[in-house]
Each structure stands twice: as structure tokens, then as C-alpha cells.
Design a protein around this ligand. Sequence first.
Ligand code: GDP
Ligand code: ADP
Ligand code: 5GP
Length: 206
Amino acid sequence: MESPGNLFVVAAPSGTGKSSLVKALLELDAKLAVSVSHTSRAPRGQEQHGREYWFVNADEFREMVADDAFLEWAEVHGNLYGTSKAAIQSRIDQGEDIVLEIDYQGAMQVKQLFPQAVLIFILPPSWEELRQRLVRRGDTEAAVIEARMANARSEVAQAKHFDYVVINALFETALFDLKAIVHAARLKYAAQVRHRSTVFQALNLL
Ligand code: GDP
Ligand code: ADP
Ligand code: 5GP
């Protein structure tokens, strides 16, 4: 599958601050949109169907897998998560930039399909801080926190397969780093030819 727009894939252990950072990034950049994933996990807090996720049960999810409806999918912490083709197809067709907020297994699948995808891994500043963020967010069940902490330890080992690493210590600094990555991707030769074709024509480069 060929994508003329930029495809940004952001992965991080749960609780690192990925959703907060991507939300802030989108508020600053009207040209970016995030893909809404499907999940079999139950909504948390104020989460709304169709906004944070499309919430489906495991049977509905498996039916979509059988129908080849997903670009990628993975099991994370015992729940199923996936990016539906429908969620991103129209934006890809229009050459628009998309952000996928997915786990590292999904990120690896996307890189296979779109080698030009920009893979960004977000790291927490420490294990203690990650645990505190999970607690502060309201993941109060000790077993849930321990499962996410255990997963986080194996997930961070995957950061080396990503193009960029952002450390989310100070939120504003991490947001600035993310903006810089998006900005740099838009300055790549192929992207500039696409968006600034009149300049390239004027310079007889096309
Ligand atoms: P964008 O991709 O068009 O949003 O532009 P940039 O990401 O390059 O910059 C976003 C904002 O950060 C602009 O207002 C820049 O002036 C500002 N900026 C540029 N360099 C720095 C820097 O080194 N530190 C900080 N804190 N801000 C900067
Ligand atoms: P993720 O999407 O990676 O699971 P969230 O965006 O839900 O993580 O963030 C987890 C918690 O950490 C939230 O309560 C969020 O407000 C908080 N948080 C995010 N970034 C920072 C930061 N740089 N410093 C302190 N707290 C943060
Ligand atoms: P949470 O339940 O905290 O929202 O997300 C748990 C994990 O599932 C995170 O690592 C998140 O990135 C991942 N995830 C969310 N949506 C998708 C998706 O569509 N595909 C894949 N592969 N992972 C996802």
C-alpha cells in the first residue's frame, strides 16, 4: 500500500503519556489527525465510543479480523486492539498526515506495510514515574498496574526498532520534540515536492 501523506506511528508503554502528547500535538496542528482504533477492552473513565476508541466485544473484533478489516491488530494486556483500514483509508487517499497511537507489535506490522512510516517511541523518565502516572490516571487496581508495569519492561526493549525516541519527562519538552519530528518529516524531499510543487517548477526541478 502506498501512502502519499506522512504516517506517524507513536508507541509507548501504557501510562507514559502517549495519548496526552498526541492530543496536544493535534490541537497545535490542524493538518494531523489520529486514527481511532477498535478495542475489546471496556471504556475507562470519560472515554467515549468513537472518540478514544471504537469499543467492541471480543467476538465482534474477531469477526473483523476474519473479514480482513484491520491494517494491523495485536493483543495487549489481554485485550485486542486494531487499526481498521476504514479508519485511515480516506485520509490516505487524500494524502493527509495521520498519527497511529498503537503498541509496538502493531508498529512493526505498519512498518512492513508502509516502510516510509515514521516510527516514534516515547519513553517514561523512570519506572517509578511510570507507576505514579498509572496511579494518578486512576488505574487503581493493583493487579492492572502490575500487569502494565510488567508489560512496560518488555515493551521498552522494542524502542531500538523505532526511528525516533522521545523521553516524556517534562511534558512541554516532549511535545516540542514530537513537533520537531513531524516538522522534519514534512521537509523530506518527496514531501516538499508534493506540497511545494510550484517552487520546484519555478526552479525547473520538476
Ligand atoms: P511547526 O512544525 O511549524 O509547528 O514548527 P516548529 O516545530 O519548528 O516550531 C514550533 C514552535 O517552537 C515555533 O514557535 C518555534 O519558534 C519554536 N521553537 C523553535 N526552536 C525552538 C527551541 O529550540 N526551543 C523552544 N522552546 N522553542 C523553539
Ligand atoms: P498513555 O496514553 O501513554 O497510556 P496518558 O496520556 O493517559 O498515557 O498519560 C498517563 C498519565 O500521565 C495521565 O494522567 C497524564 O496526565 C500523565 N502525564 C502525561 N505526561 C506527563 C508528564 N510529562 N509529566 C507528568 N504527568 C504526565
Ligand atoms: P490503553 O488501553 O492504555 O488505551 O492502550 C493499551 C495499549 O494498546 C497501548 O500500548 C496502545 O498503544 C495499544 N493500542 C491502542 N490502539 C491500538 C491499535 O489500534 N493497534 C495496536 N496494535 N495497539 C493499539
